[in-house]
Design a protein around this ligand. Sequence first.
Ligand SMILES: [Zn+2]
Length: 97
Amino acid sequence: MLQDLLFNASIHPKRKQSTISDFEKAELFHSLKTTLANMTEKGGRDTEKDLFGNAGKYKTLLSKNTYKDLCPSRGNTIVKQAYLGDAVYFCSTCQRL
Ligand SMILES: [Zn+2]
């Protein structure tokens, strides 16, 4: 979920918080609201299953399901990196470090 929020705000997942401008914070907040509303409306992410074993209908932009595809915005390769004991996915072209 975090990866889609950051992608929609064009912010790199490894950006230091102190380097994020007020404009980018506003973008991030907007992205948070619209992305979460979209996920809720579609019954959750396609990477998770409900109690009946059905995957959500929100199609993740960046996740284990999509990282072999190309960036949904400009067609660049999606990068997967280890981060804090988990994997993080991002587009190095669209998301500013
Ligand atoms: Zn991209």
